[in-house]
Design a protein around this ligand. Structure first.
Ligand SMILES: [Zn+2]
Length: 116
């Protein structure tokens, strides 16, 4: 199975309105995986806010230096959509030492961005 397909599998687990999943891979090892996570608070209306999948997955790794992130987004039918990391996540990935991110761009297509 392709690594991007494992990111798709994480996206399919998401309970958010926009369903995104991410993996952190170093060499041949998958270090961590996560869908995006609803961010609910009893006092603040965060009804549409989430921990982005990239943020959620970075919390689960000790050392992402030189790793590759795989990020996927799916629609209700489970088809992949554009999952380009937002500026804040790009910054978080780069700060964690992630070398590059491969993300879905549509059904069956991906693109890659480098952080250095
Ligand atoms: Zn983001």
């Amino acid at each position: 199975m392709r690594l991007i397909d494992l990111a798709v599998r994480q996206a399919l687990r998401s309970r958010c309105r926009y369903r995104v999943g991410a993996l952190i891979v170093a060499g041949n090892r998958v270090l961590a995986w996560s869908p995006n996570i609803p961010r609910n608070s009893p006092t603040v209306d965060y009804s549409h806010a989430t921990f982005h999948a990239e943020e959620a997955v970075l919390r689960r790794v000790q050392n992402a230096s030189g790793a590759v992130a795989y990020i996927a987004r799916v629609n209700r039918s489970g088809e992949t959509l554009l999952a380009r990391p937002c500026p804040r996540c790009q910054q978080a990935l780069a700060a964690a030492g992630v070398a590059k991110a491969r993300y879905t761009t549509g059904p069956m297509t991906t693109d890659i961005m480098s952080f250095y």
